[in-house]
Design a protein around this ligand. Structure first.
Ligand SMILES: Cc1cc2nc3c(=O)[nH]c(=O)nc-3n(C[C@H](O)[C@H](O)[C@H](O)COP(=O)(O)OP(=O)(O)OC[C@H]3O[C@@H](n4cnc5c(N)ncnc54)[C@H](O)[C@@H]3O)c2cc1C
Length: 390
């Protein structure tokens, strides 16, 4: 790809910078509950009205349809402006919308895409089950065809944002005789349907981000099957490809800002056993330098991900390389913050120290969600390097 900025790109950067300066929410983002939901939906709506919602999605469905370079410019300026985290819009904007564009039919695109981009609906993702996380294809929640509906029974767990969501990407078994990857279907489930029960789960960071969901004879119209019936594995791989690839480009770019904050923390924090400030500690300085190099590498990888996704439509297994590297770099960065803070880092849940202790706890999420680091290594080994499965 050509990495030089044209006059149009430079003009776009200036336009985006001004727009973000004027329209970015001034108040802090609430971290949970309906207040968080309202904030995230309102910010999504503002982006839609400004013409920036779904920066990479086609214009015909309400997206911006920006060029590759402009997508990157948007993410860079967004991070630079300190604009809010996408929050509970993530499963809709970054996973459901691109999956429906790639695999859905015209009616599904027409009905489900505009409400996502306008911030009118919150989605969640019902893939994992108790006993079926890494081995996703072993899932047991099943659906039988009855007239024009599917009737679903079973349970899903670790469903992010479910307590504030209306719609769900739901992966179920529709053929119990077929090989485990072959008998699955990807459905759109209305969480207000009779028979759905949502039990929120509190995390160790103190919020109610997750839920376990139970389905008791829940009827879902066959029209809500995305892709073909029993071809859900194929559709789910597209969803996970987006989640591992394009969905977290903003996080990758944002990591550079986090590192600069960490360097500032090391400059301010008094040293222990010798150096005046923690930045003068040789081990800390070396780890910060290493992280700077890694963040620069991640930026190049973000360019590569956007470029590949634009060429192929769906990020392939190589998205696992970026996902793995990002989550490990982020975790090391947050671990270093605790070493800089020393025993002060034990003040978890008190909101002090710019939230570094909580950020450390939250940092584990990326090494588990969308497939653990071990699973990403397996994908890289088996599907990219051609190594034997055992
Ligand atoms: C922040 C967060 C958000 C999430 N959001 C959602 C969501 O919205 N929707 C959803 O459906 N799920 C969600 N999940 C669940 C997530 O997808 C699963 O936790 C993940 O796939 C791992 O599954 P598991 O928890 O069952 O662990 P297990 O699969 O039981 O794994 C346990 C351990 O064994 C290792 N392991 C398992 N199999 C292998 C193997 N073959 N080779 C090497 N090591 C292996 C794993 O790496 C892990 O360390 C979320 C998780 C987190 C942390």
């Amino acid at each position: 790809m050509d990495l030089s900025f044209s006059p149009e790109d430079r003009a776009f950067r200036a336009e985006v910078r001004d727009w973000l300066h004027d329209y970015k929410p001034k108040e802090p983002r609430p971290h949970s509950g309906m207040a968080m939901r309202d904030f995230d939906c309102a910010w999504q709506r503002t982006q839609y009205e400004g013409g920036y919602a779904g920066i990479n999605l086609p214009r015909e469905y309400g997206g911006r349809g920006a060029s590759l370079m402009q997508q990157l410019i948007w993410h860079e300026e967004y991070a630079q402006a300190g604009a809010p985290y996408v929050g509970c819009m993530f499963p809709g904007v970054n996973q459901a919308a691109p999956t429906i564009i790639a695999k859905g039919n015209d009616a599904q695109k027409r009905d489900f895409l505009p409400p996502i981009l306008k911030g009118e609906v919150v989605w969640c993702q019902g893939f994992s089950e108790p006993g079926s996380g890494s081995d996703l294809a072993s899932l047991r929640t099943h659906a039988e065809i009855d007239g024009d509906d599917l009737v679903v029974n079973g349970t899903k767990i670790w469903t992010s944002h479910a307590p504030v969501a209306e719609l769900q990407k739901l992966l179920v078994r529709t053929d119990r005789e077929a090989a485990k990857h072959k008998g699955l279907s990807w459905l759109i489930c209305d969480l207000k349907s009779p028979g759905v029960r949502i039990d929120p789960i509190r995390t160790m960071a103190g919020d109610w981000h997750f839920a376990q969901i139970f389905y008791d004879d829940v009827r879902i119209p066959l029209a809500n099957v995305v892709g073909e019936i029993n071809d859900g594995w194929n559709v789910a791989m597209a969803t996970l490809g987006f989640e591992r690839g394009t969905a977290f480009i903003a996080d990758q770019v944002e990591l550079a800002n986090t590192l600069e904050e960490l360097i500032e923390l090391a400059r301010r924090t008094p040293g222990r056993d010798g150096p005046a400030r923690m930045i003068d500690d040789e081990d800390v300085a070396l780890r910060l330098a290493q992280l700077r190099a890694e963040v620069a590498a991640l930026r190049s990888m973000a360019y590569m991900t956007v470029s590949r996704a634009a060429a192929t439509g769906v990020p392939g297994p190589e998205a696992s390389i970026t996902r793995l590297f990002f989550s490990e770099v982020q975790r090391r960065m947050r671990r270093l913050s605790l070493d800089i803070l020393g025993s002060d880092s034990l003040a978890i849940g008190e909101g002090g120290h710019e939230g570094w202790p909580e950020r450390y706890l939250n940092g584990f999420r990326h090494t588990i969600a969308a497939g653990t680091s071990e699973i990403q290594r397996n994908i890289i080994g088996e599907r990219l390097l051609g190594l034997p499965r055992k």
